[in-house]
Design a protein around this ligand. Structure first.
Ligand SMILES: [Cu+2]
Length: 164
């Protein structure tokens, strides 16, 4: 099942790359820069906002972007996290950049610094793309979807996670 999903991803033409996250995989427990790549607008219409939802177990801080304002939505964590010796029960769950507009003909990147969970697995980042006309929700986890959510593969850390 997993092999089929990966094959489907690799077969997707680069010119129609949807919204993706880079890197595609990263070590569990790491502080990792994640870049969300926006390759086109909504059926030709310019992008005016990008909202990234953080999957359970992932916390992140956005990198500000000239020409875009930031809006953060906090929420309660289903499983509290430990950070700097404190228990964290609430954290940012949704990050929105508003601005542009980013024309369909152009490409741009939206960056966060994420703290990845200790549990390896596939983590889907649901992304809402608002355009001057219409919107696209990149939220699907099923192979072959026209609107797949960007997925990060969290792999076992080479060394035990460093807590501080
Ligand atoms: Cu696409």
């Amino acid at each position: 099942m997993k092999a089929i999903w990966i094959a489907a991803l690799c077969a997707a033409p680069l010119a129609h790359a949807h919204i993706t996250v880079a890197p595609a995989s990263a070590p569990a427990g790491a502080y990792q820069t994640l870049v969300f790549k926006v390759g086109h607008g909504c059926d030709g219409s310019a992008t005016t906002a990008i909202t990234v939802s953080l999957p359970e177990g992932v916390t992140a801080k956005p990198m500000p972007k000239p020409g875009w304002t930031l809006d953060l939505v906090e929420g309660k964590l289903a499983t509290p996290l430990q950070a700097h010796g404190k228990t964290v029960t609430r954290a940012v769950r949704e990050i929105t950049w508003r601005g542009g507009p980013l024309p369909d003909a152009y490409y741009d990147e939206f960056t966060v610094q994420a703290k990845l969970p200790d549990a390896p697995g596939r983590y889907a980042f649901k992304v809402g793309q608002q355009c001057e006309k219409g919107r696209v929700d990149w939220v699907d986890a099923v192979p072959g979807s026209k609107t797949p959510a960007p997925v990060l593969e969290v792999v076992p850390a080479a060394m035990p996670p460093h807590h501080h």
